[in-house]
Design a protein around this ligand. Structure first.
Ligand SMILES: Cc1cc2nc3c(=O)[nH]c(=O)nc-3n(C[C@H](O)[C@H](O)[C@H](O)COP(=O)(O)O)c2cc1C
Length: 241
């Protein structure tokens, strides 16, 4: 652990600590993250398991002017209501298609974030949009990542991408950095494809904000809960008969 990281947030010393302190950060300081550090984190994430060691992931790293240009293009599309109806990312239902218990969990998450933390009422569409907009500048993080996977080798490549993403987020925590995975970029995937020259054989998985959390921001107090282990686990005992 070096002084630059401790200045902003305590780094997680163990995997357990990294798991417990990782959360989606939605307010970052402008403090830059050196390119060598980004490369180190990506190298660590690439140690993730993948089916037959396919390593189907690809990462676009955006900083400075290139990040600003992408943000401008996305905001322009957002303001022109240019959200694509047909999402290319097949695993996020449209809002009306969420089923229980996921619908309730999603509502609790949204209320916790918008109403309780940001003070934005459910009917305040403008206020909600104002926060949502910040997704597209990676919540002020100095580094924006766009994670893609090859469509070619396996339908299961998204599993590999998920492992890569989690490893990256935990490695970041160990370095005193924070992240936010962001599927919201998928709403404007044609813009991403154009701006970053992403070929059609790559599926855009999500964006990831990477940087030092702004601990003074009201959003830094927001925490999400989890279901207890018994809710999602079935233990099959070892006794026969
Ligand atoms: C694939 C994926 C996409 C997500 N997309 C967004 C997003 O677009 N914007 C956002 O603010 N949070 C996004 N999140 C963060 C989730 O809301 C967050 O992980 C969840 O509420 C649990 O909170 P935690 O990460 O703080 O533990 C995403 C998370 C994942 C895994």
């Amino acid at each position: 652990m070096n002084d630059t990281t401790t200045e902003f947030a305590p780094a997680a010393a163990t995997v357990e600590e990294a798991l417990l302190t990782r959360r989606s950060v939605r307010a970052f300081l402008p403090t830059p993250v050196p390119r060598a550090e980004v490369e180190r984190l990506l190298a660590l994430a690439s140690r993730s398991a993948s089916n037959s060691n396919c390593q189907p992931w690809h990462v676009h790293v955006l900083t400075g002017e290139s990040k600003r240009r992408l943000t401008e293009a996305l905001w322009k599309a957002l303001d022109a209501d240019g959200r694509v109806a047909e999402r290319e990312y097949p695993f996020q239902p449209a809002p009306e298609d969420w089923e229980e218990p996921f619908r309730t969990r999603r509502r609790i998450f949204g209320e916790g974030l918008y109403r309780d933390t940001l003070g934005i009422a459910a009917h305040d569409a403008e206020g909600r949009l104002g926060h949502h907009r910040r997704n597209y500048d990676f919540f002020g993080a100095p580094v924006g990542l766009i994670l893609t996977v090859s469509r070619r080798p396996l339908a299961g490549a998204l599993i590999d991408a998920g492992l890569f993403l989690q490893a990256l987020m935990l490695a970041a925590r160990h370095a005193g950095l924070d992240t936010c995975p962001q599927a919201s970029f998928i709403d404007f995937y044609p813009v991403l494809r154009r701006q970053l020259n992403i070929p059609d054989d790559q599926l855009i998985v999500c964006g990831v904000a990477l940087g030092y959390a702004d601990r003074e921001h009201c959003l830094s107090g927001y925490r999400t809960a989890r279901e207890p282990v018994g809710e999602f686990t079935t233990f099959h005992s070892g006794e026969l008969g």
